[in-house]
Design a protein around this ligand. Sequence first.
Ligand SMILES: *[C@@H]1O[C@H](CO)[C@@H](O)[C@H](O)[C@H]1NC(C)=O
Ligand SMILES: *[C@@H]1O[C@H](CO)[C@@H](O)[C@H](O)[C@H]1NC(C)=O
Length: 240
Amino acid sequence: MVSFVCALIGLCARLVSSLAIDSRTNCYSGAFIISLHGCNGRGAEQGYEKNYTDPLLVAIPDSFRYVLPYDGSCDDLYTYYDTVNAGVNTLKSAIEDYAEACPSSKIIIVGYSEGAHVTLNTLGGNQTDGTSPLGLSYGTQIVSILTFGDPSRAMAQSYNRGTNKAVSGVFARGASSLPNLGFYAARLLSYCDLGDIFCAPNTIGVVDDVHGSYFTGAHYVNEAVSIAVEQFYKPLGRHE
Ligand SMILES: *[C@@H]1O[C@H](CO)[C@@H](O)[C@H](O)[C@H]1NC(C)=O
Ligand SMILES: *[C@@H]1O[C@H](CO)[C@@H](O)[C@H](O)[C@H]1NC(C)=O
């Protein structure tokens, strides 16, 4: 199924991530922005999420963008789960390292597609496959989480945005992690529009690559960036 998905996406080149984490020496007074691309590098560093992370870098002085190096292969279902779980471990370490080195600094996470799935499994865990959630002391330093086209999206959550209010994603999140995400509900936004084959399957068919349509001012850069900036300027611990 995922290879079909990959073919549908049409952009399956592997990407090598570039920025090395330098969190142990640098604590930013701005945001440490962690960016996660989609399956097989779709929307990688200089691609889609850049439309969110660029304006955040401008709006919040002394911020740093860390493009999480994770594989994101999705040629089949097993590879997909493997790369989600490997991504979870990498993201957890990146957050823990930065948060430990810089306990009064703030983190923003932007995740697209598989990157959204990795982000939310990191924060919420997955009881079914034994993935433990990120410790809450680290989670406190995450002030804003923006996800787009999340295949693990569950319908009817307070943090859901976008036109899809009807269905859950293809890897719908359930009781094995949703309760843990409650801790982040006030600072999490999950965007998903009707017609997105991953987060809104079988809604209005495959329409104009809805899955790749979240990256313009109208959908939803202006809104998401302004909310993330607002969250950034709240004192740590005031994001509940
Ligand atoms: C949790 O793990 C199970 C077993 O691998 C998997 O079927 C399910 O899709 C996972 N849930 C999420 C939200 O990743
Ligand atoms: C990113 O934003 C620019 C304009 O700021 C727009 O032209 C471009 O289409 C956007 N990228 C995507 C993938 O939507």
